[in-house]
Design a protein around this ligand. Sequence first.
Ligand SMILES: [Mg+2]
Length: 294
Amino acid sequence: MKRLAVLLPLLLAACAAQPPRAAAPAEPEPPKTPALTYAETNLNATLWAQGTVEHDMSYRGIYAQATRQIAVALKQKDWDALPKNERKKPARGLKPAVIVDVDETVLDNSPYQARLIRDGKEFDEFSWDQWCREQRALPTPGALEFAKAAALKGVTVFYLTNRAQHLNEATLANLRSAGFPVADKENVFLGLGTVVEGCEANGSDKGCRRELIGRRYRVLAMVGDQLGDFIDVDNNTVAARAEATRPYEGWFGERWFMLPNPTYGSWDGAVLGNQRSADAPTKHQIRRDALRTD
Ligand SMILES: [Mg+2]
């Protein structure tokens, strides 16, 4: 008891010396979304595209179906795969052709994507040019078989790409070394800057170049990994893309063959509201805000 009597005043004094109780902490701010780099956001998509069975069999299945449809289309003399507004001359009686896009359609550039991830970088023209000039892109799964089967049936394969004009030679060399049939007598490689008389191209839209092919050919099938490989869309918004695609929904898997590309594309531009030059945190937030959660 005696000890407590000594301690009690000390304890009371200590309590009295306590600073006033701090106010209740404010509501914590919601955590900020971390601004992921391009490399980080593209890691899974690139891994998927780079050698998974799911990716490879998607490609092979789509190309196998396209090959079967060539045989069907050849027998039906009015069959045509050009968008209706780009078909200016009746297709009947014209020589048969197919149109393929190049990047991620017949050539696999996933090593370039992988390098960007490894180096923590974003796409830029300089590194892209370097990769293209290496001419080391391999054929995508099923592409070579499709192109060869078409050529064997007397169907001309047109390569319609938006690679910059100064990459034409390197791209052609890569296509040839990969084993693709590139007809020598025809101008079957239609890159950016191809002049099409009587047709004013809107930027890199491919419509005029498709129209050019359609002046001399009946198009049996088209293969691509972007909506723009099939139709031009004036306004690259999510809604406008869906609207433009609607009349042709029945053509996918029949005349148009869309390959899956989760690593890049105009779909991302549409999601971003075409704010491609926005800073990384802004772009990341726009993408998150676009997610559907129910
Ligand atoms: Mg492509």
